[in-house]
Design a protein around this ligand. Sequence first.
Ligand SMILES: [Zn+2]
Length: 578
Amino acid sequence: MGRSFFFITVSTLLIACGDTDSTPQNNSNAVESAQQANNRCSEADLVLFNTQVYTSNDAQWTAEAVAVLDQQIIYVGDNAGAEQYRCGAATTIDLEGNTVYAGFTDSHQHLEGVGRRTKTLSLFGIPTLQETVAAIEEFAANVPTGEWIQGRGWIEREWTDEQRFLNKYDVDRFTADKPLFMPRADGVSALVNSRALELAGITRDTPDPEGGRFDRDLDGSPNGYVLANAMNVFRELIPPDTDAYLKDNLLRGLRANAAMGWTQTQDAGMSYRLVDLMQEIHREGNMAHRVYAAIPVDEAWTMLDERGRETTDDYFFDVRGIKVFIDGTLGSRGAALIDNYSDADHNGFMNRTTKEELMPILYEALRKGVQIETHVIGDRAVRSLLDWYEEAYSFVPRSEWASTDLRWRMEHAQIIPPSDQQRFVNMGVLPSMQPSHGIGDLNFAPDRLGPDRLGYAYPWQQLIDRGLMILAGSDAPVEVGDPRIEFYAAVARKRLDGTSGPGWHPELAVSRESALKMLTLWPAHGAFQESLRGSIEVGKLADFTVFDRDLMAVEEQEILNAEVVMTVVGGKITYQRN
Ligand SMILES: [Zn+2]
């Protein structure tokens, strides 16, 4: 069978060479006779040709064809030069009209949550409070008495009827016999009902926990909207997930991501239980894309003292960091600001991880060469962490560092005053940001922050101007987890319908070239993988995302209509449009 395939491709080659002979070409190879070309058939596994390639490599920004052998890119160039690979056993694909990009990477995601989202009530995208409550009621009716009603994704800022947080009074009417727990889209606050409060023993006399808050009625009774660490007491009551359930979620997440065009996701907080399941999935050969993971801070010492870094030989799974959580989110007024909110008489909170807990972890991370990724949103959280990183740098003598190439990251980093932006540069700290958060949050950020602070909120272009590499991600399942939305948000800085409002600072949007690097080359740097992947260059791993249109040239709004044609990881097609 291999033999007849060989003859078919050779005859294709003869025709192709005949064509090129009649056309003048720059490449001298093109004028060789078909016979000569046949004699020098170069081995390849996969050839993508007759297409527009954007490489993310400044030295050769575009090409027409790529060839792959043994997971690696062996050719990037024009169609004529690719002909020597379109022979033998190679799978050759004519991608006329489509566009090939270096494989897209989601720099901040929660893989298990992406898979879980396919199985619990999703409240994303419901336009009103009324319809949200109706959806919960319908779903709750089918949950057996006594079992937890679970879902996520409600987001009041996008409702057109009433923009307020949900509370127990919205749902108690139809949930008297079932506890309910539903995180808001940001995952940092949640709705619970009276039954859940009762099971958890939370009353007007219960104090707020460190790093969290029970929202309360005037008489002090909890009203069912709970923030940050106040969510933990409910999570502990929900029956634990089985390994089989979690593994299925991971597999679903991998498949969903590959269909979106992701070739790698960087998981911002993957527990060791999930890491072990991922290792199983890897052994079973079911990785639909690469995963680069950070362990949540509560398991930091397991990584630092026992397990260390874990990398598979094929670079499909790499565990190298620790994810730290500091403040809340801007929408829920939980982000830690230096000055008070413009629409509240407080400045948010931090200490989801305290400095006391964190510093010894930072010291040991320096000694062990572990990357730190910290969730910081408000300017107070950002500044504190810059201070703490700096304190750790000077506390541990350089001679004890495992490496001076730290690449410690700040996840979200939404509000960064100019003086602190420069500290990112000086300290080599990488901003890991979510363009989709920007265009979602800008609906309420003017109220929360006021005009002055808006000048350095979601300051993408300011950071790039300073020479910083932004690692772009979606934070799915908080956001959809779609590269088109992240790319569009970064370049348009408008709502998905193309509108924007006062204070959105269009000058902070980025060029398409920058947006492409934010989703390809720069995330590779954020994972210490820029010599392995992130751009289409000979010798790098063959990770490609193929869309049906040219994201670098189409009308802004058209970016959102692009379709994924194919996702290729390590030379293997992990998703293909029917
Ligand atoms: Zn996250």
